[in-house]
Design a protein around this ligand. Structure first.
Ligand code: TXA
Ligand code: MG
Length: 315
């Protein structure tokens, strides 16, 4: 048994109460959401938020998502709009983050927004995340619970592999169902896709009754998480591989002979849920990783986005 220095909590009433208590004290607790595990700290407590950046080794210009328990709670911190209402009605609770103008006097630490005048808010669907937010009755700032620039965690074991000893506790409730981070939509101006994710673009456009603005090449980065090299395993990554070349391990999709398969049936939801766990696992082999082509439809867009970042030259 490895002697973990980060406390391991089960997702039962006692574990939830302990997690909420640590958060109230300004300490850091990783917790499950339906997308990936988040590294939580009280969003109103500047020291707790600073500790999140420190634990992840995250550049301080990269703002965080505030997780809240309901639309009403979100409205305490951001200026609401018709578009926000339409999207929240259809996709909250769920894997969707909305970036809205910050409301003055809401009490969220300016470290959460990294000084921007907008705030990213999300109501997660995971029952344990919801129970935690409800018990705490405070906004929780939570980036994915991985060291900055590395693969996101979809199990408590992934969290401990990256952050053991750097955070107070991890609340374990098994693997995440969606497996990809939330879709982020900017609503402070023209509705804009800031990051593809767990809700497919097509659904968002149909809820808005409008096409989303997509960032043009060369347009400034409005979600700093769009930095190219991100989600990086130690090994190099080669995309759209029809077969493996010398020394590579192959991460397959659909009917292929491979080392691990994202979804033998070619199901994109299943592939999204397996993506980060497969990358964590294959990375242990210390061999270069080749990945089968993934169709650019539905959640395939978000999967390809994460894979392109994993394959990008490292900065
Ligand atoms: O599914 C998720 O979104 C997970 C779970 C834990 O909720 N969280 C997550 O957080 O992926 P993180 O910190 O790894 O990614 C948040 C992204 C970053 O790319 C950040 O730049 C962007 O959200 N972001 C946060 N606040 C923003 C803002 N005010 N304007 C634009 N982008 C923002
Ligand atoms: Mg992240």
């Amino acid at each position: 048994m490895i002697p973990y220095r980060t406390e391991y909590l089960s997702a039962d009433p006692a574990g939830l109460e302990q997690a909420a208590d640590y958060l109230r004290q300004g300490l850091l607790v990783a917790f499950p959401t339906e997308t990936v595990y988040g590294l939580g700290g009280d969003a109103r407590n500047g020291e707790a938020v600073a500790a999140i950046y420190a634990a992840k080794g995250r550049p301080s210009f990269n703002p965080l998502i505030a997780h809240v328990s309901s639309v009403e709670a979100a409205q305490r911190y951001v200026k609401w709009s018709d578009e926000a209402e339409r999207l929240a009605e259809q996709f909250w609770p769920g894997p969707l983050t909305l970036v809205l103008p910050l409301k003055a006097g809401g009490g969220v630490s300016s470290l959460v927004t990294a000084g921007l005048d907008t705030l990213a808010v999300r109501v997660p669907a995971h029952p344990t995340a919801r129970a935690l937010l409800k018990t705490l009755d405070a906004p929780v700032a939570a980036p994915s619970a991985n060291p900055s620039g590395r693969i996101s965690p979809t199990t408590a074991a992934h969290v401990l592999a990256g952050l053991d000893g750097r955070i107070t506790a991890v609340l374990d409730d098994g693997p995440c169902g969606v497996g990809l981070e939330s879709t982020i939509i900017g609503l402070a101006g023209t509705p804009t896709l800031l990051r593809p994710g767990g809700v497919a673009l097509e659904g968002i456009e149909s809820a808005l009754g409008n096409r989303l603005h997509l960032r043009e090449p060369g347009e400034p980065l409005t979600a700093p998480g769009q930095l190219l090299s991100h989600y990086a395993p130690d090994a190099s990554v080669r995309l759209n591989a029809e077969s493996q070349q010398g020394g590579e391990v192959l991460l397959g999709f659909g009917e292929v002979v491979c080392d691990m398969n994202l979804s033998p049936d070619g199901n994109l939801n299943e592939a999204a849920a397996n993506l980060f766990a497969c990358l964590h696992e294959l990375d242990k082999s210390r061999r270069p990783i080749a990945v089968s082509p993934i169709p650019e439809i539905g959640l395939g867009k978000a999967i390809n986005d994460r894979l392109r970042r994993a394959a990008a030259p490292r900065s």
